[in-house]
Design a protein around this ligand. Sequence first.
Ligand SMILES: N=c1c2ncn([C@@H]3O[C@H](COP(=O)(O)OP(=O)(O)OP(=O)(O)O)[C@@H](O)[C@H]3O)c2ncn1[C@@H]1O[C@H](COP(=O)(O)O)[C@@H](O)[C@H]1O
Length: 107
Amino acid sequence: MDVLKELARVLEERKSQDPQKSYVASLYAKGLDAILKKIGEEATETVMAAKDGNSDKIVYEVADLWFHSLVLLAHQGLSPDQVLAELQRRFGLSGLEEKAGRSERSG
Ligand SMILES: N=c1c2ncn([C@@H]3O[C@H](COP(=O)(O)OP(=O)(O)OP(=O)(O)O)[C@@H](O)[C@H]3O)c2ncn1[C@@H]1O[C@H](COP(=O)(O)O)[C@@H](O)[C@H]1O
C-alpha cells in the first residue's frame, strides 16, 4: 500500500534528522527499548479501546500501534514490504489449503 511505502521512506529519512526537530528521530536517539516501550503502550491502549467497544478509538490506537511497529522495522533495517510479503505468503498457503479442501469435498 502506498502510504506504508511513503511512511517507510520518511522513517528512513528521519535517521539523519535532529532529534529535537522530529519525533521519530527522537525515538531512534532513545534506542530500541524506547521504541519497544511505545509498542507495548499502544498495544495496551488498543486492547482498552476494544474492551470499551469504541470503534473510533480502536482505529486511532491501531494506527498508533502500526506506526510504532513501522518505526521498529526501520530501526532494525527492515521494510514493511517484508511483512506484506510474509502475509502474502500465508494468504497464498491458506488459499492452497482452501482449494485442496474444496477439491477433496467435491471429489
Ligand atoms: N504517523 C505518525 C504518528 N502517529 C503517532 N505519532 C506520535 O506518536 C506519539 C504517540 O504517543 P502517545 O499516544 O503515547 O502520545 P504522547 O503521550 O504525546 O507520546 P509520548 O510523549 O508519551 O511519547 C505522539 O507523540 C504522536 O505525535 C506519530 N508521529 C509521526 N507520524 C508520522 O511520522 C512522520 C515523521 O514524524 P516526525 O519525525 O515527527 O517528523 C510524520 O510526518 C507522520 O506522518
